[in-house]
Design a protein around this ligand. Sequence first.
Ligand code: ADP
Ligand code: MG
Length: 240
Amino acid sequence: MRPNDPSVPVNSADSSEPPVVRIKELSKIYQQGEINVTALNRISLDIARREFLTLMGPSGSGKSTLLHIIAGVDRPTTGHCVVQGVEVTGLSESQLADWRNQNVGFVFQTFNLLPVLTAFENVELPLLLTRLTSKQRKKQVLTALELVGLADRTSHLPRQLSGGQEQRVAIARALVTDPQLIVADEPTGNLDSNSAHEVLDILRSLCSDAGKTVIMVTHDPKAAAFGSRNVHLEKGELAP
Ligand code: ADP
Ligand code: MG
């Protein structure tokens, strides 16, 4: 059974709609001097709304590269990546920046919060690039912080929060523009198991309750078990 076979029914995903992510024959080759490194080799994969897709595989197998291309942070060498009907590979740099801000929330292993800003201000950052008024921004920030269970930590600086709380702030920041797609690169890699569990519960409920699509890279089979579908990358190819 191939994970990219569109005839395969997907757990808890809505297969009556077109896929949120459609990847076709996607390759990425990095040139390092004389040497070509094939990070992705002709990957094809569809990901549906409400799917919580987990991406596993050894170090260097191309997981982050695939995530970056889907999120419009990096570009493929050849092939197609269509997200919600938009061919991401065809966008210019400035179109891509706007598209990313509206359509994708990114969660990192190391949280990447700005240390001098409060939780509220960190979550508000992506909204400063929109036309929302400060009142509208405040409403959305508080909604996002409530969703991750941190409505009582709005004025805290990152150093005044636990690692798990910092990651929940980062998830609120990823959510605050209400993107369809959330991508997370080893989001529990720096967390203890209780905090990891809280973060994974939130990601799972974003799919099941809020109808988002989540793609998560992880090394941890316990974390992968929270997903609705797991795919493995091996040397830049999807393992059958
Ligand atoms: P993973 O996330 O699975 O550990 P990556 O996607 O980071 O793997 O990397 C896949 C392959 O591509 C590796 O061989 C890595 O060395 C190479 N690679 C990743 N990014 C770059 C880059 N910017 N320049 C050159 N090679 C890269
Ligand atoms: Mg990686």
